[in-house]
Design a protein around this ligand. Structure first.
Ligand code: MG
Ligand code: ZN
Length: 196
């Protein structure tokens, strides 16, 4: 990698339980329901010129529960709903494998973040991940990012039932994606463009 290429901080977002409802395998387009505040939250990141990158495990592909084409269809819908709310994501990465495949991209492994960092010239140490499962935070910590656990999706249950067993606690906890974005923008997530 050329050394003088400037690296940008990013915000990585989990999909199910964070941007939209956690309903188990999204095996039909109708099962993907975006939270009503998601576009507004992502728009704030867009306004701060912080790249927004979705990272999601979709083992339903490897398990033959749904085809990869459905994942693309769901992402098309997500992008369209977000666009209607004036928001956009810069990239979407998914792991199609199941845990038995021992791939490097399935959360909590950091493969998707590392791939995104290479392809988008990102500074992982200055980046954040927002997710509803400890695996999201583990992935982030393995790659050097900070992590926020949201209380939507599996978040509240994971936090209340399992946090004592976590080797590293979330860097922050938020009620939902909107609150997580506020936290990021108040804690060194924003591009310092106004002072320049
Ligand atoms: Mg999730
Ligand atoms: Zn994988």
């Amino acid at each position: 990698m050329p050394e003088k290429r400037p690296l940008r901080r990013a915000v990585f977002l989990d999909r199910d339980g964070t941007i939209g409802e956690e309903l188990g395998y999204v095996n039909h387009i109708d099962r993907f329901q975006i939270f009503p505040y998601a576009a507004e939250a992502i728009r704030e990141l867009n306004r701060a010129e912080i790249p927004v990158i979705v990272v999601t495990n979709q083992s339903g592909i490897a398990r033959n529960i749904f085809p990869e084409s459905l994942v693309h269809e769901v992402h098309k819908k997500m992008v369209a709903v977000l666009a209607a709310g004036g928001a956009r994501v810069d990239a979407i990465y998914f792991c199609p494998h199941k845990s038995e495949d021992a791939c490097e991209c399935r959360k909590p492994n950091p493969g998707l973040l590392e791939r995104a960092a290479r392809e988008h010239a990102l500074d992982l140490a200055a980046s954040w991940i927002v997710g509803d499962r400890y695996a999201d935070l583990e992935m982030g910590h393995a790659a050097g990012t900070r992590g926020i656990l949201v209380m939507t999706g599996y978040g509240r249950g994971e936090y209340e039932l399992h946090r004592n067993a976590w080797p590293r606690q979330p860097d922050a906890r938020a009620e939902n994606l909107r609150d997580a974005v506020s936290h990021i923008l108040q804690n060194g997530g924003g591009a310092p463009r106004r002072d320049e």
